[in-house]
Design a protein around this ligand. Structure first.
Ligand code: KG4
Ligand code: ZN
Length: 343
């Protein structure tokens, strides 16, 4: 008689920045629970993430968040097959909290430990709601710390096609938001204000890197916005913040969409995905969808809750590592500048 295939349950932990998160993921695609304690309010008063505060809050919240994830999934540690944890890139103190916690749980419960790359987690968020999606596909990852165009060749096999030469897209959103007095985190606030503005009101630059068409740059765009604001102040011209937000957002959206679609065409790949915090941007989602449709490409994007930091995406990436046989030892350490595809 054929033996029934057992479900694989992964307990995943994510603490790389300012979200303390835990999730239980079944067979790499079904999210049984996804608990996120966001520290955003604590950091808002400082205008950005304060690493020391983030680490302390992770220590305080990690146990209740994990307990809630197990409870919501209706499982105990005995039912879990492996513990997956983000070990880089990110803030070292924040990462260490999750890594130490995952090691303690895995060791205590006698379960295997799997270290996961944060950006590979972001990319894997696309598998959650698109059950039919399988590699190969091209993914634009745009978050607060990273902007990469990544070819997903197979599960856990990545090739970086292009990257930002300076600021990450999310970083540009955060800096411009601060300059127009919106505060941290800038992305969602610009997204909201931009709906009331005219994206064609101000022409901001769309940088091109002459020696590398797949790379992009956002620092010139950020400076152009700051120069525009200074110019208005000096000449006593009133600033329409909604127009600035909409015109800036349009420039970022154009750059990310054009680079992604051009690379997909050149590589002959007709499946395109987006990931990371900036992937929850409404303008980017709309324009990418349109451009993909126009070019006969299928477009994949996660729900906003799976775009910003969460542990469900770590559980998905961790599952594919686990079934490939990847195991980490008790010497697993936080690697703040971990590269994609490295181990
Ligand atoms: O992926 P994520 O949650 O954390 C990192 O790994 O960095 O991304 C956070 C970034 C922040 O810069 C935030 O401003 C940006 O994503 N973001 C957005 C939106 N929501 C979050 N940017 C543009 N539009 C949004 N709706
Ligand atoms: Zn992230």
């Amino acid at each position: 008689m054929e033996q029934e295939k057992k479900d694989v349950l992964i307990l995943a932990i994510e603490t790389s920045c300012d979200e303390t998160a835990a999730a239980v993921v079944k067979n790499g695609r079904d999210i049984l629970s996804n608990i996120i304690y966001t520290q955003i309010k604590l950091h808002t008063v400082f205008g950005g993430v304060v690493p020391e505060i983030a680490s302390r809050k992770h220590i305080e919240k990690i146990n209740p968040v994990i307990e809630a994830a197990l409870e919501e999934a209706g499982v105990t540690l005995d039912d879990i097959d492996a513990v997956a944890v983000t070990y880089g890139p990110g803030l070292v103190g924040a990462l260490l909290t999750g890594v130490a916690e995952a090691k303690a749980i895995a060791f205590g419960a006698g379960k295997p430990l799997v270290g996961v790359h944060h950006i590979e987690g972001h990319i894997s968020a696309n598998y959650i709601e698109h059950k039919e999606l399988e590699p190969p596909f091209l993914c634009m990852v745009a978050s607060g710390g990273h902007s990469h165009l990544v070819m997903v060749k197979d599960y856990g096999e990545y090739e970086i096609i292009g990257r930002t030469r300076d600021d990450a897209a999310g970083e540009a959103f955060d800096k411009v938001a601060r300059a127009i007095g919106l505060g941290y985190p800038g992305g969602p606030k610009i997204d909201k204000l931009a709906r009331e503005g005219n994206p064609k009101a101000i022409t901001f630059p769309r940088a091109k890197i002459s020696d590398s068409p797949d790379d992009f740059s956002f620092s010139g765009l950020k400076s152009a916005v700051l120069n525009y604001l200074n110019h208005c102040e000096m000449k006593n011209i009133p600033v329409n913040r909604a127009d600035v937000a909409a015109s800036f957002q349009q420039a970022v959206t154009d750059v990310l969409t054009e680079h992604t679609v051009a690379a997909a065409k050149r590589l002959g790949i007709n499946r395109v995905a987006i990931a990371g915090g900036v992937a929850s941007n409404s303008s980017l989602r709309g324009q990418m969808k349109e451009a993909c449709e126009k070019n006969g490409m299928t477009f994949y994007y996660p729900s906003p809750v799976y775009c910003t930091d969460n542990a469900a995406m770590i559980g998905v990436a961790g599952y594919y590592e686990y079934i490939k046989g990847v195991r980490d030892g008790w010497d697993l350490n936080a690697v703040p500048n971990l590269k994609i595809g490295e181990r």
